[in-house]
Structure formats: structure tokens, C-alpha cells
Design a protein around this ligand. Structure first.
Ligand code: AR6
Length: 187
């Protein structure tokens, strides 16, 4: 695990299963119907139990789901985290359909929602880089730029002390660690 400091926040990168992470918020790479699926979404719902889907269905009733780039919050069922932020990444279609913008919005809106609820810690998976096919290297660049940019805004309500990127593959872990080593001072 490598840890870096951006302002007051520690940013770490490691390989792991996000469903076992302990802290305030885990982020789910959901679909716009909030209907569950495979990948990290499937892992979160199966480990967290039916309560999470019940709350997703409530959100569907109220606002009809979650458009790509947006984020909604539920409880975490049986998971050790306190809450889940469900965000919807872009489906990669070659890069000409504002995928980069949508992916950056996922990270930004998830962090804004986490800050709004007073979270101190949050864990992200590598959104869109599985079933949605976003190439890993550019996705890493978009994720870290979006997170760094928001932290540098120094928002007055920001109580985030810890942001963890939970990678599922050594390739992603290397990309994230390398990016941070290049641009951010190691703690
Ligand atoms: N912990 C951490 N990361 C994981 C885990 C896990 N338990 N499982 C997979 N990953 P994906 P997407 C990684 O496909 O590309 C679903 O069906 C995985 O290796 O989960 O945004 C949804 O319902 C990859 O790096 O999400 C949507 O329909 C990353 O998580 C669609 O897939 C994201 O891969 C979303 O596709």
C-alpha cells in the first residue's frame, strides 16, 4: 500500500475487495437503473444483503434511477462500511461521447455527496474499467485528476481524512501508484 498527502487528506492505493473495507463510505460502480449487476456492483449487493437493493428501489421510485456521472447514497446493509454511494460511470464508446467528462463527474459528485454527509473516509473502485470497458490508463488519469482538483478547492465543509483507491488488479494498482508518485508528494 502506498499513501500520499493532498492537502489534509491521505490518498492510498491498494489491491483488495472493496466489500471488506472498513470506513464511512464505499463507492459502487452501478448502472443507471440501480438494478444491480455483475462486477463490483454484484459483489456489493451479494455481500451487503437485500437492504441495499430495497433502498435503491426507493431511489428509483423517487427519481427514476441515476444518470451517468451522478451519485446517490444508501445504507451499507451488512457491510462494514457505513454507507454506499452508487455512481454510474460511462460506457466506453471510443472516447468521443464525453466519456472523460462523465467519469470525472462520477468522482466529483461522489466526493461532494460524501462531504455533504460529513464523511471522513471513502473508498473508490476503478469505475467503468470493467464491464463498461473504459481503458485503464486514461481512467486512472481522469480519476486522480478529478479527486486532486476537488481536494485542492479546499472546500470549507470537507472533513475527508482518507481516500482509498481499491484496485482489483495489479495493473490498476501500478497505474495509480505511478500517477501519484509522479504528481503528488509521498507521505
Ligand atoms: N472490489 C473492488 N473492485 C472490484 C471488485 C471488488 N469486489 N469487483 C470488481 N472490481 P465493474 P463498470 C473492479 O465491471 O466497468 C455492473 O454490472 C473491476 O476489476 O464492476 O463500471 C453494473 O451493474 C474493475 O476494475 O464496473 C453496471 O452495469 C472495476 O471494479 C456495470 O457493471 C469496475 O468494474 C458497470 O461497469
Amino acid at each position: 500500500m502506498k499513501t500520499f498527502k493532498i492537502g489534509r487528506t491521505s490518498v492510498s492505493v491498494f489491491i483488495g475487495d472493496i466489500t471488506t473495507w472498513t470506513g464511512d463510505i464505499i463507492v459502487n460502480a452501478a448502472n443507471s437503473g440501480l438494478l444491480g449487476g455483475k462486477g463490483v456492483d454484484g459483489a456489493i449487493h451479494s455481500a451487503g444483503g437485500p437492504e441495499i437493493m430495497e433502498q435503491c428501489m426507493e431511489i428509483r421510485k423517487q427519481q427514476g434511477g441515476c444518470p451517468p456521472g451522478n451519485a446517490v447514497i444508501t445504507g451499507a446493509g451488512n457491510l462494514p462500511a457505513q454507507h454506499i454511494i452508487h455512481t454510474v460511470g460511462p460506457i466506453w464508446e471510443g472516447g468521443g461521447r464525453r466519456e472523460e467528462h462523465t467519469l470525472a463527474e462520477c468522482y466529483r459528485n461522489s466526493l461532494l455527496l460524501a462531504i455533504e454527509v460529513g464523511a471522513r473516509s471513502i473508498a473508490f473502485p476503478n469505475i467503468s474499467t470493467g464491464i463498461y470497458g473504459y481503458p485503464k490508463a486514461p481512467a486512472c488519469d481522469v480519476a486522480l485528476k478529478a479527486v486532486t482538483k476537488l481536494l485542492e478547492e479546499d472546500l470549507p465543509d470537507n472533513r475527508l481524512e482518507r481516500i482509498d483507491f481499491i484496485c482489483f488488479s495489479p495493473e490498476n494498482e501500478e497505474l495509480y501508484a505511478h500517477w501519484l508518485e509522479q504528481f503528488i508528494q509521498e507521505k
